[in-house]
Design a protein around this ligand. Structure first.
Ligand SMILES: Cc1cc2nc3c(=O)[nH]c(=O)nc-3n(C[C@H](O)[C@H](O)[C@H](O)COP(=O)(O)O)c2cc1C
Length: 454
């Protein structure tokens, strides 16, 4: 069968989409504290045959800017964050085929706990669960979780590697045919087919046996979005669905090849790793209508949205600087969050010491400037180019407002992609893995993924 796109909805269990200004959009639903809000999004995505809906997460509201939360709350800059896993269940109960992913940090939870939550969701949804593995990035999260500050970047990934060994090890505790449930003989399960992990490592200890049997899809799908060199090695070892952001076709193709090589270097089949590129579509029946929609959206963001989100993501207080003041070498080196944002701004500005304003203009953080605006043909053309040029295997679709951002995509772009044979017309399987074309993992298969490139 011809290669087809994977479609993922980029969701937030919060008061706005990843565009903070989205809550001010006239068509945004404001009942984001209700289950019905998430159910409607789930229905829209399933109508559009999305493979997966996934919630991002951060364990703090953005309060790094000025060391204060008042601006965050006043302007609604991602200040409400519900628990994504609990919210996910409301969507799971409202759908039958849509995959369901949530973000959970390897830095602030115990692996046994994370393994049990996601394995349970996987069972409750008939094998549709996925876990977005993140290492967390700023001091606000650290302080909410009882630490003084964020751990050093690469150390977070070293711990995360071991975290994965424990989670996957626990998920493999129960062999597939361990359950017997024979009332006549009185045998509930085969004791020889349920194993203890007995993990003892530098960062974690976890004994087992695990308390949740395997699901229809074996275990939840692992999502990852590491972008730094260390992050990409991690993604190459563990990730089955990878989120990427590509500046251009050329850069995206190189990034695609690098990530697939990381998987090969770990002894993995690169086709079992699906790269999904972040896109923000703004679409309508005609190009002119789409441009009108975009003009409205462009008027929504505030300067403070950008400053606050940059401070949050880079873990640096931009309020200590004037907008046109250059960042010093020491300040740039101290950024401990998403380092690719810094590296891209340095590359795009061609400067060693960009100003705060250049960070705002070149990162586009908190703004929808990189949206794909157009009629069905125009948007589909752009997605087709990225897909056929091997920038990605599919897309993480962000919304400028909800549910309208998704509803427009499903109404205008999905039928055009289906007409071109680039996107499936219906779900072919029951589990997320079946719909993604990923095989059900053998017990212990992950143990073969050992990096040789490091
Ligand atoms: C589409 C997408 C979604 C992401 N979602 C989250 C998230 O929910 N929580 C989080 O802490 N980081 C999230 N990240 C950030 C990544 O996990 C990662 O930290 C970032 O891309 C920087 O890479 P690095 O960790 O290798 O430096 C996301 C990244 C992308 C591209």
């Amino acid at each position: 069968m011809a290669r087809q796109m994977v479609m993922v909805g980029f969701l937030q269990a919060q008061n706005c989409t990843n565009l903070p200004a989205s809550w001010r959009h006239p068509d945004s639903r404001t009942d984001f504290l209700s289950a019905d809000f998430y159910r409607e999004i789930a229905h829209v995505l399933e109508r559009g045959k999305f493979h997966l809906a996934f919630f991002d997460d951060r364990l703090a509201m953005p309060d790094r800017y000025g060391g204060d939360h008042v601006h965050t709350v006043e302007y609604g800059i991602r200040c409400v964050k519900l628990d994504p896993i609990v919210t996910l269940m409301t969507m799971g109960m409202a759908t039958t085929r849509l995959g369901l992913g949530a973000t959970c940090s390897t830095t602030y939870y115990e692996p046994f706990h994370v393994a049990r939550m996601f394995a349970t969701i996987d069972l409750m949804t008939g094998g549709r669960a996925a876990w977005n593995v993140v290492t967390s990035l700023n001091d606000g999260e650290a302080m909410n979780m009882g630490r003084d500050g964020v751990l050093e970047h690469d150390l977070r990934y070293d711990r995360a590697d071991e975290f994965m060994e424990v989670v996957l090890g626990q998920w493999d505790s129960w062999e597939d045919d361990a359950l017997i449930l024979d009332k006549a003989s009185g045998r509930f399960a085969d004791g020889a087919r349920v194993h203890r992990l007995d993990h003892v490592g530098p960062y974690f200890r976890s004994r087992g046996p695990f308390t949740v049997p395997r699901s229809a899809q074996g275990h939840p799908v692992v999502i990852q979005a590491g972008q730094s060199g260390r992050g990409r090695r991690f993604a190459g070892r563990w990730g089955e669905v990878i989120f990427v952001t590509s500046g251009s076709i050329g850069m995206g193709k190189r990034n695609y090849a690098t990530l697939k090589e990381e998987a090969v270097a770990c002894g993995r089949d690169p086709d079992r790793m699906l790269l999904c590129n972040l896109v923000t579509p703004v679409c309508a029946a005609t190009k002119a209508e789409a441009e009108d929609k975009m003009a409205l959206i462009q008027r929504l963001p505030l300067e403070i949205d950008q400053l606050s989100l940059l401070a949050e993501a880079l873990n640096f207080d931009f309020a200590t600087k004037g907008l046109d003041e250059e960042l010093t070498d020491a300040e740039l080196a101290s950024f401990s969050g998403i380092q690719t944002i810094r590296d891209r701004v340095l590359a795009l500005s061609g400067k060693r010491n960009p100003t705060v304003r250049e960070f705002m203009q070149l990162s586009h953080r908190g703004r929808p400037d990189d949206a794909i605006v157009g009629d069905p043909k125009g948007v589909a053309d752009r997605l087709e180019e990225m897909f056929t040029e091997h920038v990605c295997d599919g897309f993480v679709v962000a919304a400028t407002h909800v549910p309208g951002g998704y509803a427009d995509f499903v109404e205008f772009v999905v039928p055009e992609l289906q007409r071109r044979g680039l996107y499936h017309t219906d779900y072919t399987g029951a589990t997320l893995r079946e719909n993604l074309g990923l095989p059900r993992p053998e017990l212990g298969a992950w143990r073969h993924a050992v990096p040789t490139s490091v």
